[in-house]
Design a protein around this ligand. Sequence first.
Ligand code: DON
Length: 302
Amino acid sequence: MEMLLKSIFDEIKPMLGQGKVADYIPALATVNPYQFGIAVCDIHGNITHIGDANVPFSIQSISKVFNLVLAINHYGESMWDRVGCEPSGLPFNSLVQLEYEQGIPRNPFINAGALVVSDMNESRFASPHIGMRDFVKRLSCNDEIIANRDVSDSEFEFRARNAAMAYLMKAYNNFENEVDDVLHSYFSNCAIEMSCVDLARATNFLANRGYSVCANEQVLTPSQNRQVNALLATSGMYDEAGSFAFKVGLPGKSGVGGGIIAVVPGRFSICVFSPALNTVGNSQLGVAALTSLSKRISWSVY
Ligand code: DON
């Protein structure tokens, strides 16, 4: 595995500098784009990593996976009345479908869907963002994980688009709590900072029928776990989900901080990180690295 990661690193290095760091969140615009790391965790918890795999970065939309898992644990099947399980085929922050589909977001990984899921968690937890941070600390065996306040404040200041989605859903009776309260929780979750090693550990349950070796905890039932992986495969990479399935063939989730997690069911969880993004908001080198990884060892689930 070490040799494999090393040859991918060598292949990707000349591409450093391609893509563009997310600047619609001003606090992320200053991140050094010349970073690249990969960590792979097997289902026994053994980690192999290379490059900047221990550098903490803003997990952004990868938090939507943990957010969803917490809601599934509380609401079970009933949560699917309020959020769908179809790919949207549109950018992650698009508003248009919401009106056509009467306030029910297509899936829990677009922003509108994650906001409804955050609203569910807001109704269930006294401090949803603390519940979330404790959860990722347990799953990654790392007690030092924090949320970056500058990033969450910056997102709150420029919240207009996410706020518009939440208010539209409120108008359709699909939003229970105060919009700004939910936005604070949602942005704090997105602003959590974790490294590739942390994220490969924290998402390992997805490769292991819902069981986290690190936390020694059954996080999801095997059938719920299959459903989450199916959603990741169809919606985790937004309007690049089709070509990601075509090129990589693994359930995956990206964030505008430059991280992508991917799952090889029954075998490995993977996290790649490189902050410069492609035009749909997924890490440019992250997608390239996962494409190369999958090509070299045929890990595709298809
Ligand atoms: O709400 C937002 O726009 C960000 N906090 C998260 C977006 C994101 O990471 C999309 N992923 N590629």
